[in-house]
Write a protein that binds this ligand. Structure first.
Ligand code: TPP
Ligand code: SF4
Ligand code: MG
Length: 350
């Protein structure tokens, strides 16, 4: 319950990271979600990723919309900045915050209703603009919070207690590829080994990173026929690769069979070591990734892993040539340079 404070006492032997923080320092309030909800596992993966990356919690801004999924930022990173926006409007609030202060790590948490129904336009524009963020869609195929109506990602022919869905589903990963997102991944809330390194890599990525996480709703959409159920994903998970996230300057120790592994350097010096499960899958080829997704979808498979990565990607700040400093660190002289400077700007557009 969010109003019940977590006990402050902790075991003195709890492991700490380089900052001296324990796992508990990255937690938030007690979850109010249903026991077994996939969303809680995603919160736990986010906490683990931030702990392992030694992130100072005050450097994170977590934003969300409305839904069970959008409640989850309250259950993690209790010492970070947070903003719970209107249903489907998280991306525009995140874009504004990011433009005002590029120094924070932006974490956008959303649901399939929030992103693919009411917020579809917002989802599209923040990805195509290259806003530097990690966008997590906790995808269960239903509007969990409002009692299980089909969302726009629900499979055609899905059955609820009262209806059959006749609409075609939106594939958020396919859409993100078309829209130009520079980091596109899909994972499963029940596969923390895959999800945690993907989150770490997405945080280190510069540009718009999206992870569509299949996250079963145990209350309304966990029947074995649903492609968003625990049983279905476990049986039909086509993982094309697995990644190890290697921090900047860390020693690379493990031995791998040549050919099965590729190393990808990110702009911050970190390395993504990609173990290819499907040797033919190339995460650098946007068009082939789209074709592969379609093909496997027709075969009834859920493709997971790092699906596309644009190396040396840029973000919205680069495109707009904005100032390096966050706006709250600029003085009045820089923010209001006077009428002469404004005249010069206007003149440059004539
Ligand atoms: C403008 C507006 N329209 C409708 C609603 C009602 N509403 C609340 S949550 C929700 C759907 C949430 O679904 P999803 O984003 O998939 O989250 P989940 O609960 O499944 O995690 C809807 C339609 C609302 N809060 N605001
Ligand atoms: S209704 Fe579904 S999505 Fe919401 S908390 Fe319960 S299991 Fe999770
Ligand atoms: Mg949902």
């Amino acid at each position: 319950m969010t109003y019940i404070a977590k006990p402050k006492l902790r075991h003195p032997g709890l492991p700490t990271n380089k900052l001296g923080f324990t796992h508990r320092d990255y937690e938030g309030s007690i979850s109010t979600l249903c026991a077994g909800c996939g969303h809680d596992s995603i919160s736990s993966a986010l906490i683990q990723a931030c702990f392992e990356l030694d992130i100072e919690p005050h450097r994170v801004a977590k934003l969300s919309g409305i839904g069970c999924s959008s409640k989850t930022p309250d259950y993690l990173l209790g010492n970070s900045h947070g903003f719970n926006a209107v249903h489907g409007r998280m991306p525009s609030v995140l874009t504004g915050a990011n433009l005002a202060n590029r120094d924070l790590i932006y974490l956008g948490v959303s649901g399939d209703g929030d992103s693919a129904s009411i917020g579809l336009g917002q989802f599209a524009h923040c990805l195509r603009r290259g806003v530097n963020m990690v966008y997590i869609c906790e995808n269960n195929g239903v509007y969990g919070l409002t009692k299980g109506q089909f969302s726009a990602t629900a499979d055609k022919g899905s059955k609820s207690k009262t209806a059959v869905n006749s609409d075609s589903p939106i594939d958020l990963v396919g859409l993100a590829l078309i829209l130009g997102a520079s980091f596109v991944a899909r994972s499963f809330s029940g596969d923390k080994k895959q999800l945690v390194p993907l989150i770490k890599a997405a945080i280190a990525h510069r540009g718009s990173a999206i992870i569509d996480v299949v996250s079963p709703c145990v209350q309304f959409n966990n029947n074995p026929q649903s492609t968003k159920s625990y049983d279905f994903v476990r049986e039909h998970n086509d993982a094309v690769n697995r990644i190890d996230f290697i921090e900047p300057r860390a020693e690379i120790k493990a031995d791998y069979e040549p050919g099965s592994v590729i190393d990808i350097a990110q702009h911050d010096g970190s390395i993504l070591r990609l173990s290819k499960i499907d040797p033919a899958y190339d995460p650098h080829d946007r068009a082939k990734a789209m074709a592969y997704l379609q093909e496997r979808h027709m075969a009834g498979e859920v493709v997971t892993g790092l699906l596309y990565l644009e190396e040396n990607s840029d973000d919205l700040h680069h495109h707009l040539n904005t100032v390096e400093a966050p706006l709250n660190r600029l003085g009045e002289a820089e923010l209001c340079p006077g009428s002469k400077a404004l005249d010069a700007i206007n003149e440059s557009y004539r």
